[in-house]
Design a binder for this molecule. Structure first.
Ligand code: CDT
Length: 342
């Protein structure tokens, strides 16, 4: 069997004046709930413990305070995040956390998430967001909502590397931990093959397909998606109201998650930070777990802190990977060259 109970920890608004410790306390509370629900994995949103600061113009200390730093090369010892890793270790739960990363030696900023296994007490993988949306310079209109990710982060430099999550599924058919993901020989065998993307990445089929080609069975995605940003998103509607824009943003979110889960025969756990941050910047919710047939298994019903939980069977991925999306049988790579050109 490849069944496992997994959870997504949707977070409601975290304001600019919310202390970091308060954000972390709310995240630990959701982990407590996940433990009670027997979850083996919990996924948190992008830049989870703080407000979505790239909407603000910041510099110096005002900017630096949002970033997390490893201690002795170890993120689990970072003072801000440590309570989460300690709890995950206690619960033997795996955890994926999004955070703003400042690297040790050269102080480079990335929009990052990591996968920590509470079962084996190890950081198994790190991913740095590749697709950074928005602008470098703020919009001229003073009341526009900015998305200054190109200003504050470098594009991720770790690629889209799938990894195996040690012991995440209790009884695997053949233990192949440590083996490189490799289809079709290891299809549905060994520890689950996991990928991580961050927010805007989910709109790009290329990101999913690079993971799909490594046999990904479970994709993890945290996001902060603004519900109203006409400068950033544009519109095709004659009259665009906040209500219509939000409905469209939720539609595009689900469209991206369901189609790409289907086309790569993988489950996905997709987790929002949502609601009105600082009372005036709306972020969409819509956290959901999607199965490998593209169907939503469970979806958040609020725009507050909310745990979504599902038992998923990764064995179901064999269907798509062996039939419609058996890449080795059906892909025609001789026609795909332009995908990787400028
Ligand atoms: N955080 C993040 O990447 N947000 C973007 C905003 C919209 S740009 C189309 C997103 O893709 O959700």
């Amino acid at each position: 069997t490849r069944k496992v109970i997994v959870a997504g920890a949707q977070l409601g608004p975290i304001n600019i004046d919310t202390p970091r410790s308060e954000g972390i306390r709310r995240m630990v509370k959701l982990m407590d709930d996940a433990h009670k629900a027997h979850a083996k994995l919990i996924v948190y949103p992008e830049i989870a413990p703080v407000t979505f600061f790239p909407r603000h113009i910041l510099e110096g200390e005002e900017l630096e305070k949002y970033f997390e730093r490893e201690v002795g090369g170890d993120i689990t010892k970072s003072p801000n995040l440590k309570p989460l890793f300690d709890k995950a270790r206690e619960y033997k739960m795996d955890v994926s956390i999004g955070y703003a990363e400042c690297t040790g030696d050269d102080h480079v900023h990335f929009n990052t998430c990591i996968y920590y296994s509470g079962q084996v007490d190890k950081v198994v993988s790190k991913y740095r967001k590749v697709h950074l949306p928005g602008t470098f310079e703020p919009y001229e209109r003073k009341d526009a909502t900015n998305q200054l990710e190109k200003r504050y982060f470098k594009p991720g430099n770790l690629g889209f590397e799938a990894f195996r999550a040690p012991e995440l599924v209790p009884d695997t058919l053949t233990k192949t931990s440590g083996a490189q993901p490799n289809l079709p020989d290891t299809l549905g065998k060994g520890d689950p093959i996991v990928g991580m993307i961050i927010c805007n990445d989910r709109r790009w089929p290329e990101a999913w397909r690079v993971y799909g080609l490594q046999g990904v069975e479970l994709m993890l995605c945290g996001y902060n998606t603004t519900a109203w940003a006409p400068e950033l998103l544009g519109t095709n509607k004659k009259i665009s109201t906040q209500e219509k824009a939000k409905a469209e943003a939720l539609f595009h979110n689900k469209l991206s998650l369901t189609y790409n889960s289907y086309a790569n025969s993988c489950f996905s756990i997709n987790v929002a930070k949502c609601g009105f941050e600082d009372g005036k910047y709306p972020l969409i919710g819509g956290s959901c777990i999607v199965d490998c047939d593209g169907e939503v298994v469970v979806e958040a019903s609020t725009e507050e802190d909310e745990l979504i939980v599902a038992e998923i069977d990764l064995g179901m991925c064999r269907r798509g990977k062996g039939k419609v999306f058996a890449f080795e049988k059906h892909r025609r790579v001789e026609h795909y060259g332009r995908i990787a050109e400028q």
